[in-house]
Ligand binder design. Sequence first.
Ligand code: FAD
Ligand code: NAP
Length: 335
Amino acid sequence: MIEYNVSLLPFNTFQIDVKATGFARFSSVSILSNLLKTCSIRPLLIIGGGSNLLFTKDVDAFVLKNEITGITILKEDEKNVIVEVGGGEVWHEFVCWTIEHGFGGLENLSLIPGSVGASPMQNIGAYGVEIKDVFEHLYAFNLATNEEEKFDASACRFGYRDSVFKQELKNKYVITRVAFRLTKQPIVNTKYGAISDELAKKGITEPTIKDVSEAVIAIRQSKLPDPKVLGNAGSFFKNPVVSVTLAEKVKEEFPSAPIYPVNENEAKIAAGWLIEQTGWKGKKIGFCGVHTLQALVLVNYGGSTGNEVFSMSQSIIDAVKEKFGVELEREVNIW
Ligand code: FAD
Ligand code: NAP
């Protein structure tokens, strides 16, 4: 069913109230294909859980919500299992399914909001794991040819919170199914400080994937705002990857700066720390602000417009640039 002039308030976790010219849901590729033939409104905007989007104006587009479900085991042996998942499945529910089945690989990515279909878009990552680490293939519907195509990892060109679908293929494909290679003999990854601290607090010395998932959930609930309560889209900015020269300059002036090596020539600086140093953490402007516990997260206290959030994000980019010479890049998709 195609609806017109639809409020997108229930469909974005920033809780921004804008209208879409056209709106429909699809639960299969054939329904998607029919919708595209029936409705001529263009451009198209594909959405999943709306947890990485900021609407700065009404969406004069045909918004299509992915509701393709299903989890299928394609192949398995004693060690590994390949699982293909419908793009409309809720990410965290799928992660819970993998843990219930004892399949390791996604436990560090527990409680990330959104859909499976959007997960390759920015190669979602947390606590030292990215989906590229367990990615097998995906199917995406080409909006120009109306055909599904298979992409392997190299075709997806995964990068840090990035992929080909966030770059030149943005809005050109609909990711319909994603397959992951998971392990039946999990080796847990607890190298991020916060996870090992949380496990130690519970006295767990030999953690299972369930223990790691529960630790990640506890940490996230303690420091991240629940979008159902306080509108937000997670980290608004990426952690900047800068030249080693610039990172060393920042370290010299600010010895406590959290800087992590990326390769021989580059290092990553925690963007939350950079923002905090400029005094923006906890600031409120009108109905939006910077979260009090995590400066990377911009929040809507209720009634904010997307433009207000966007212009605050520009002030933060300018403040960080002026103090550190580092250019922050927005991670959230802006419409
Ligand atoms: P949407 O917001 O609906 O869409 C995001 C983008 O992908 C849009 O450009 C949209 O057009 C496109 N898109 C969506 N579905 C498809 C599809 N099937 N085919 C083609 N294009 C599509 N991200 C992390 O990486 N790590 C984290 O730890 C993390 N934590 C978060 C915590 C909170 C509290 C919140 C609110 C967000 C967090 N995020 C995190 C960001 C977000 O959850 C992810 O980016 C998630 O993958 C977005 O999924 P979605 O279905 O909500 O995408
Ligand atoms: P944190 O643990 O306070 O750490 C701050 C930043 O430092 C993180 O962003 C992380 O980069 C980096 N970092 C910490 N330990 C590291 C290590 N051992 N090696 C390399 N980099 C390290 O971060 P947080 O805000 O609580 O978030 C925890 C995790 O959840 C992070 O991985 C973060 O990316 C993820 N997260 C993402 C979003 C989002 O919307 N994208 C929202 C909330 C949380 P990385 O971000 O590169 O991991």
